[in-house]
Design a binder for this molecule. Structure first.
Ligand SMILES: [Zn+2]
Length: 110
């Protein structure tokens, strides 16, 4: 096995073992409601409702949002981190394929 083929094998293994990913960024929101006299509008120390979490992302040109229950925030953060790892691995994969192509005789124009 060549060095390039070993690199591809290593990346393939990482990708095969990868768990679920999520793109985007997680934001925390505190809301004010419409109920008269609610604590969320009390002055000078309003106690807003929340935190509420949402994940916003754009994939294939389409923007979306997912509301994330507080109990799932830690798992969503892990999936976001894993997504960055996934993106790095797919870039590594393409670069390894280009390196492989060079070893197979595909040349840059001189
Ligand atoms: Zn309120």
């Amino acid at each position: 096995m060549t060095r390039e083929e070993r690199t591809l094998q290593r990346i393939r293994t990482h990708l095969a073992e990868m768990g679920p990913v999520l793109p985007g960024s997680l934001s925390e929101q505190w809301n004010v409601c419409g109920t008269p006299g609610c604590q969320c509008k009390a002055l000078p120390q309003p106690k807003k409702h929340g935190p509420y979490y949402q994940l916003s992302f754009t994939v294939a040109g389409k923007s979306s949002t997912l509301f994330i229950p507080k109990k799932d925030v830690a798992e969503v953060r892990r999936r976001i981190t894993r997504y960055h790892r996934f993106k790095t691995l797919t870039t590594d994969w393409v670069q390894a394929c280009i390196a492989l192509a060079r070893t197979q005789g595909f040349r840059s124009p001189s």
